[in-house]
Design a protein around this ligand. Structure first.
Ligand code: AMP
Length: 586
């Protein structure tokens, strides 16, 4: 097919911002594209020549493009650069200068879609000496046969600057409209910018099926070809391919433990929520390991250490596992926040040094494919049991995510504390009988990052009240314990106590407890021996220069006495610091 046909489509797409109209334009076009051209067309519509998970890069920057334009047109680099300054867009510059040139030479060969893709793909393969020259030649070859408007899109595609507003949703819908319109009876009317379908339910089913096929294959080309050749049944049978990343399952969020349980049911699994980055690990039948990020970028080269752990410690010939890689400090062994290791993801050189300086531990939490079979429809419970059988844990290299099966709020709270204390972000709730849904943000996995975790704090001071409260100590200075066992203040609290005994913990009762502990009297202010520990709720932990701990509580309130706790059991400064950190991440 001629490239000019696709360029027509680009132009039409650029003229509208309406999603349905874009879908219509693409679907009509797809009906005319041959099977052989489908792959190229689908990629080019998304502005690329390789699938998103392919790590090959075209590697052409603006400088090289200027040179290629100059070679193709005979116009000097300086002149082109001037034009670029005026236009601000090299695609437009290409269109303008190729137009001038064409009038002079009248040369015109037809450019096919295949030729465009072939040449651009070759750019990614060149390496070593003479690369710049050869790249220039390949681009110039396309530009000399391109019409002005075609050169605009060629340049934009090579530079990765295509912006035609075609997202995944439009691509998915266009496939349904193109290949199933007769079955579903879809009618688009431009004037109304609306569609009519005979049966919405059936239409939605087709959309879901196409989406599912895309989620497991990550290639619209594959989905479009299958839809066209094998229909809906073909789509249903599309499965993931080891070596090609599949979309990861995403998590919903809950603000309270009750809310999380409501969604995932009881009992549920809770796991540490690690602050690292997602790694989908594949092992194919040849024993090759490939690693992909959540955005499906291939990072195998950047993480040879992780690949090696997967190879050595996961039993099985062919599999796909899901995990979180977490950085740790080699000296202290403690987890490090994601930012510290994020630089490894894009790194191209000194890879081995990076893996020594910024080691990561792989925390495996799911398995999607095993020994030739997709197991996404097995329950989480079963998938986890399988993982436990096949992963040989080696701390600081590869381990299973820490998990606990719980039904009680208090068990969750305890585990949350463990998670935060170990430097994690919080917890992940997982429903035990759920499947793995690629690409979906469903309630099978719930992130729970901040408990309004109460603190146990020692009362170290108090203040006599005013008016009718003047006989009571009614406001309390509260403190946590620092590393050296000292009490350091985190604020004052007066809310939560009652004026009448019958209503709960009263000012009177508290005054009775504190009075014998007074060690220092300064007007209305008293200092007390740290003996009484209270449970304190709050909205947020804030940094504050006012108190010696460096933190203050926003809207603190007394929840109750912690009679069973001595002052040394009060929350530690370290714990409060961690809660503050985890709060920042959520
Ligand atoms: P968020 O990025 O805040 O939406 O949280 C979801 C992310 O948490 C996932 O994509 C994983 O990268 C990460 N994560 C950390 N620990 C776990 C775990 N135990 N199970 C699932 N995902 C986890």
């Amino acid at each position: 097919m001629d490239y000019s046909k696709l360029v027509d489509v680009y132009e039409q797409l650029n003229k509208t911002t309406k999603r349905l109209e874009k879908t219509h334009i693409i679907s009509e076009f797809l009906k005319d594209v041959s099977i052989d051209d489908t792959e190229h067309v689908m990629l080019l519509l998304e502005g690329r020549v390789f699938p998103s998970y392919d790590s090959r890069e075209i590697g052409v920057a603006s400088r090289l493009m200027l040179k290629s334009l100059s070679t193709a047109t005979g116009i000097s680099v300086d002149k082109i650069e001037n034009e670029w300054k005026k236009q601000g867009d090299l695609g437009l510059v290409a269109e303008i200068i190729v137009k001038t040139k064409k009038q002079e030479t009248l040369h015109s060969a037809k450019l096919t879609i295949k030729k465009v893709v072939d040449n651009i793909r070759k750019l990614a393969e060149l390496e070593g000496e003479g690369t710049v020259e050869r790249k220039t030649q390949l681009i110039a070859e396309l530009l000399t046969s391109a019409k002005p408007i075609e050169s605009k899109y060629i340049v934009k595609t090579i530079l990765g600057e295509m912006r035609i507003g075609v997202g995944e949703g439009v691509m998915r819908d266009a496939i349904v409209w193109a290949f199933f319109d007769k079955k579903i009876g879809i009618k688009y009317t431009q004037e109304m910018n609306d569609i009519e379908v005979e049966d919405r339910e059936i239409y939605n089913k087709y959309l879901d099926e196409v989406q599912r096929a895309y989620d497991v294959s990550n290639e619209f080309a594959e989905v479009a070809k299958t839809a066209r050749l094998k229909g809906i049944e073909g789509l249903k049978n599309m499965e993931m391919n080891v070596g090609i990343p599949i979309k990861v399952m995403l998590a919903l969020k809950a603000d309270t433990i009750e809310e999380a349980f409501e969604t995932v049911g009881k009992p549920a699994a809770v796991e540490f929520k690690y602050d690292g980055f997602r790694i989908q690990g594949h092992k194919d039948e040849k024993g090759n390991i490939r690693l992909f990020t959540r955005r499906l970028e291939d990072v195998t080269k950047q993480f040879p250490d992780v690949a090696e752990s997967v190879r050595r410690n996961v039993k099985g010939k062919i599999f796909i596992i899901d995990s979180e890689a977490v950085g740790y400090n080699r000296k202290t062994g403690r987890y490090m926040p994601f930012q510290n290791i994020s630089q490894r993801i894009k790194r191209k050189y000194d890879i081995d040094k990076m893996s020594v300086d910024f080691p990561v531990e792989l925390n495996v939490f799911d398995i999607i494919y095993y020994e030739g079979k997709s197991i996404i429809n097995e329950s989480f419970d079963k998938r986890r049991k399988l993982l436990e059988k096949i992963v040989r844990q080696e701390p600081k290299k590869i381990v299973l995510s820490r998990i606990k099966i719980v039904s009680e709020k208090k068990d969750v709270e305890k585990f949350f504390k463990d998670a935060v204390n170990a430097g994690n972000e919080g917890l992940m709730f997982k429903s035990l009988d759920s499947p793995y849904k690629p690409g979906a943000r469903v309630g099978y996995m719930i992130k729970f990052k901040h408990i309004m975790e109460t603190l146990d704090l020692a009362i170290v001071g108090a203040e006599w009240g005013e008016g009718k409260r003047s006989k009571w100590l009614s406001s309390y200075t509260i403190a946590c314990v620092d590393d050296n066992g000292n009490f350091v203040e985190v604020g004052r609290v007066s809310t939560g106590l009652k004026e009448k005994k019958e209503e709960g913990l009263s000012f009177e009762e508290m005054t009775k407890l504190l009075k014998p502990l007074i060690i220092n009297d300064k007007g209305k202010e008293v200092k007390v021996k740290p003996r009484v520990v209270i449970e304190v709720g709050y909205e947020e932990i804030q940094k504050s220069p006012t108190y010696e701990s460096g933190f203050a509580l926003r809207f603190p309130r007394v929840i109750g006495l912690r009679v069973e706790k001595g002052p040394n059991d009060a929350s530690t400064l370290d714990y409060i610091t961690k809660l503050y950190e985890s709060q920042k991440k959520s």
